[in-house]
Design a protein. Structure first.
Length: 323
């Protein structure tokens, strides 16, 4: 098969490699499209290696059709259209994945749209409801609200009836976030969150970290929870620990990629039961900024690195036969 390779200078190329063979409990997907995530950019730069045993090929989500199943797989058959959460291997013609990490393509969605869903909706659902324990009536702040995870989290907050506010990088991004269900927000550098506080926030999903972390913690109400899901602003900061004690705040670090296969399976089972029906009913939808041919993966990475996207970027692969 062909897949995206990373050379010693961190350049990308489309070259031949061995086709994976599904192990017991796995399925082999002929990939039609794969999502682009910031973790891919970090891995390409040598800063985020895949978990032990995972494919070294980039790509943490994909969509396509199952072409083979390993021993013990009964819930899927060859020909089924699925999208999947991967620990790696999505930027390729074929990807082997734990059968429990696949989800059906929601009715009415294209494979490119389906490829944009698993990573961001799994991340948003995990951190809003399982890590932060979001409750009815609580208020949420989403820094980087126009990102893939941000646009998924906005929709989930609307779905669960929670007020959601955002900070974003442009007026166009703020307008799109409001259309998706954000209650209010600011363009960074053009205003302060102070007038949006309304007494503070109960939950913050923070992909920024760095010096901004202390400011975000100061926005939490007593008993508030901040879930750190990335550190785009840097790995280090100075915190007033007294604020954490006095306000009984919780600072939670969370990643998805390195969790066990069983943990991911349990999370995706919840998504399939509770969230996936909302796509077929059009209460949730993919937010797809652009689709690039797989040969233009480097262009897609540059587009994301420049913070140009609203929602998701997807790479589309050439079809190998009639579907």
């Amino acid at each position: 098969m062909y897949a995206i390779h990373i050379d010693a200078d961190h350049n990308l190329s489309w070259a031949e490699t061995a086709t994976p063979v599904p192990a017991p409990g796995e399925v082999l997907i002929e990939v039609a499209a794969c999502g682009v995530n910031r973790a891919d950019l970090a891995q390409r730069a040598g800063q985020y290696p895949p978990p032990p045993g995972a494919s070294p090929i980039l790509g943490m989500e994909c969509a396509g059709r199952i072409v083979a199943t390993g021993a013990g797989v009964s819930q899927w058959r060859p020909g089924d259209s699925v999208c999947a959460l991967l620990a790696g291997g999505g930027y390729a013609e074929y990807a082997a994945v734990d059968a429990r990490h696949c989800l059906p393509v929601p009715a009415g969605l294209s494979l490119c749209e389906a490829a944009s869903l698993p990573e961001v909706f799994a991340t948003a659902y995990l951190n809003l409801y399982l890590e932060a324990g979001l409750q009815a009536g609580e208020r949420v702040l989403l820094p980087a609200g126009a990102s893939g995870v941000g646009t998924a989290a906005i929709q989930l907050c609307r779905w669960s009836g929670n007020t959601c506010l955002v900070s974003v990088g442009s007026a166009a991004k703020l307008e799109r976030c409001m259309a998706l269900g954000a209650t209010d927000g600011i363009v960074r550098g053009q205003g302060s969150l102070d007038h949006l506080l309304g007494g503070g926030f109960d939950v913050i999903l923070d992909p920024v970290g760095g010096p901004a972390l202390a400011d975000h913690l100061s926005l939490l109400r007593p008993g508030g929870r901040l879930v750190l899901i990335a550190f785009m602003g840097g790995r280090e900061c100075t915190l007033d620990l007294g604020r954490l004690l006095i306000k009984r705040l919780r600072l939670i670090g969370s990643t998805l990629r390195g969790r066990s296969a069983d943990e991911k399976a349990a999370l995706l089972a919840q998504l399939r039961e509770k969230v996936w029906p909302a796509f077929a009913e059009a209460r949730l939808k993919p937010v797809l900024d652009r689709v690039f041919p797989i040969a233009e993966a480097a262009t897609a990475h540059a587009y994301m690195a420049a913070n140009m996207n609203i929602g998701k970027l997807v790479l589309e692969l050439p079809r190998q036969g009639a579907w």
